[in-house]
Design a protein around this ligand. Structure first.
Ligand code: C5P
Length: 299
């Protein structure tokens, strides 16, 4: 057994988030096109007397260090399946902004799962790891998978998607979070009395990903949760406006927000948009990243 295992795991953006009507279990069926982006957390597992978590990085003070953390829940779930004691220390070196919409918590869950699996020498089959991820949360399987994928069901059933180029993004990180259940609840409220269509992936968007066509992707980005996120956080409209005024090809709320994502034509444009977003005072910070990025992997 090695003394420690470190796993690197990416953030994500949803380039299409098509949301259906609420299901009887309260979740919503989705056509969720995930794209992993090059902002990474690193999750390191070492031996300990009991399960403990620490976190470092600029947003570390906002990360829960108890058993609500998805990294702890991942270690507990894997240990329970194998009848072993989850006595590890998990350190999260956090570079993914803690704000919501980039799946930072899900990334740490997938990262801890893979790190514990390697640390304990379990060699759990990939399909079983993905099942555990799905139990932890709708976005966690994608954090393990990375690349690009269509998520159906509540987002946990993944079909890998081909990507034919590199996309350049800017992420505007808002102050404070937005509760995911609250955003879905607002989606339901805004759609009361309407016939919400079945969510389907856009063929034009999948084509833009496959061919690596940035302009076509910008024209097809869509998030059905955006009106709900804007309704709960009207100030995000000014962030979206600042990013597009600075030359982004398109901007949208990432997932349930409040992070907003801007697609730009090249690295220079991304740097200019990030600078303008910071200067606009409409966000806490702005980060530049590319996609696709690899899924969770042992370093
Ligand atoms: O699966 P996860 O724990 O990330 O979901 C958090 C919350 O987001 C759920 O409790 C639910 O309110 C909402 N959600 C949903 N439909 C989905 C995914 C999440 O309504 N497909």
């Amino acid at each position: 057994m090695s003394e420690s295992v470190t796993v690197r795991v990416p953030a994500k953006v949803n380039v299409q988030l098509a949301v259906g009507a609420a299901r009887p279990d309260g979740f919503h069926d989705l056509a969720n096109v995930f794209l992993a982006v090059s902002l990474f957390d690193e999750v390191t597992v070492t031996a300990a007397d009991e399960l403990t978590i620490t976190c470092s990085g600029p947003d570390a003070d906002q990360v829960p260090l108890d058993r609500t953390n998805l990294a702890a829940r991942a270690a507990l779930a894997l240990a329970a399946r194998h009848g072993i004691s989850p006595d590890v220390h998990i350190h999260i070196a956090k570079d993914i902004p803690v704000a919501g919409g980039m799946a930072g918590g899900s990334a740490d869950g997938a990262g801890a799962l893979l790190a514990c699996d390697a640390f304990w020498g379990l060699d759990t089959p990939r399909a079983e790891l993905l099942d555990i991820c799905a139990e932890l949360g709708s976005d966690v399987p994608f954090s393990l998978a990375g690349g690009a994928a269509l998520g159906t069901g509540r987002g946990e059933h993944l079909t890998e998607l081909p990507v034919g180029g590199t996309f350049h993004w800017v992420f505007a990180v808002a102050d404070g979070g937005l509760s995911t259940p609250a955003v879905y609840g607002e989606f339901d409220r805004l759609n009361t009395g309407t016939d919400v269509p079945e969510p389907v992936a856009s063929p034009a968007l999948l084509d833009a990903l496959r061919t690596g066509d940035t302009t076509a992707l910008a024209a097809t980005l869509v998030n059905d949760l955006q009106p709900a996120a804007l309704s709960l956080r009207p100030s995000l409209a000014a962030t979206l406006e600042a990013g597009t005024a600075a030359g982004a090809l398109a901007g949208l709320v990432s997932g349930s927000g409040p992070t907003t994502a801007f697609l730009t034509k090249d690295p220079d444009s991304a740097a200019a948009v990030a600078e303008a977003l910071l200067a606009s005072g409409t966000c806490r910070t702005a980060r530049v990243a590319t996609s696709p990025a690899p899924g969770a992997h042992v370093r």
